[in-house]
Design a binder for this molecule. Structure first.
Ligand code: FDA
Length: 324
């Protein structure tokens, strides 16, 4: 599965102005172009991509996480790479995730790791994938670390939730999962998962999904997000509120206050370099915040997703080019 195909699916549907929609499709089309990929991969970092992709290697993540920790934020890393389609590719990804776990723990950082099951065999061998995730969780558990399984495109949601359920039923409790508010099914999924003792990150969803299975308007996606928050915050063991949307953040805060949810049962999560004013406000209020900064060879796809979410972000590239 090509990285670019992932980008093409990887833009969350949002009701937006026409100009925004046109810009977003233009970025999407550009993301599918091997020429743009080559160009951005070669020059993007110099022109400003570092604002969103601060590191390309694990070594570079360490000082960034140390600085985030010094500012009072927790951190989470992950991997940008193509899907694994052979056991050998799974082994390479598992090795890199294991390196992340060991390094973050060795450095004494308040940080953990998000796993993508497309890196670990979800498209060709669920047993191999389960064993790989279980080994990583056991290694993380020995270092007192919790891992989270990211949620990817709808084709792998069943396999992802089955894997989470099996891990919990096998007695592993240092694992979290993600639900996407744009999927119609997420409300039922939440109800089914809560009895397991749920650790969930709530997101709006970042992939292009058909209207048969996903909300496409911002109003519906937001309403679904708030409905998930209403049930997850009081009942899940931990709810990670992963959004940059000030309206969703306010909704979460009002539920937290109304239900007297203690800070060990929630945290806010945002992506590195995005909505910095919101990040500062959350930290200043003394609320738990985790910043996500993955790294890896295919950062181009992640960058294009962030640009398409907010085409105004393209201006930093233009500024970067003009300042040279
Ligand atoms: P939305 O896109 O509606 O934007 C609301 C407001 O937030 C905007 O008006 C703007 O102010 C600000 N904003 C949003 N994106 C911005 C950007 N790129 N640049 C600048 N400002 C921006 N998805 C998924 O499908 N599976 C997953 O596992 C994860 N994991 C994940 C982890 C973490 C820590 C985060 C923060 C997000 C994810 N996501 C994800 C991505 C998520 O689904 C979603 O695509 C993005 O968070 C953008 O949606 P928002 O909730 O921020 O709102």
């Amino acid at each position: 599965m090509s990285t670019n195909a992932t980008v093409a699916r990887g833009i969350g549907p949002r009701a937006a102005g026409l100009g925004h929609q046109i810009a977003r499709s233009a970025i999407l089309r550009a993301a599918d172009s091997p020429r743009v990929n080559r160009l951005v991969s070669r020059h993007g970092m110099r022109l400003g991509a570092r604002q969103f992709v601060p590191a390309e290697k694990l070594d570079e993540i360490v000082p960034i996480f140390r600085e985030l920790n010094a500012q009072g934020a927790r951190a989470v890393t992950g991997l940008f790479d193509d899907y694994a389609l052979t056991p050998a590719q799974v082994a390479v990804h598992e090795h890199e995730y294991a390196r992340q776990v060991a390094r973050l723990a060795d450095e004494g950082l308040d940080a953990n790791v998000g796993l993508k099951l497309t890196h670990l065999g979800v498209y060709f061998d669920h047993e191999l994938m389960f064993q790989s995730v279980a080994r990583l969780l056991d290694q993380a558990g020995e270092r007192g670390m919790r891992l989270r399984i990211d949620m990817e495109e709808s084709a792998v949601v069943d396999a992802t939730l089955d894997c989470y359920r099996r891990l919990r039923e096998s007695g592993r409790d240092n694992v979290g999962v993600v639900l996407q508010s744009y999927l119609h099914r997420s409300s039922d999924d939440l109800n089914r998962l809560l009895p397991l003792g749920l650790n969930v990150r709530l997101v709006k969803g970042a992939y292009l999904e058909p209207a048969q299975i996903a909300f496409h308007s911002k109003a519906e996606i937001d309403a679904s997000y708030v409905s998930l928050l209403e049930r997850s915050l009081p009942h899940a063991e931990l709810t990670a509120i992963a959004t940059h949307d000030p309206v969703m953040i306010r909704a979460a805060l009002s539920i937290i206050e109304r239900e007297a949810i203690t800070p060990d049962r929630f945290e806010f999560q945002m992506l590195y370099g995005i909505a910095l004013a919101e990040q500062r406000r959350i930290l200043a209020a003394g609320l738990p915040l985790r910043i996500a900064a993955p790294y890896g060879p295919t950062w181009f796809t992640y960058l294009m997703r962030r640009l398409a979410e907010r085409p105004a972000n393209l201006t930093f590239f233009v500024r970067g080019a003009l300042n040279r």
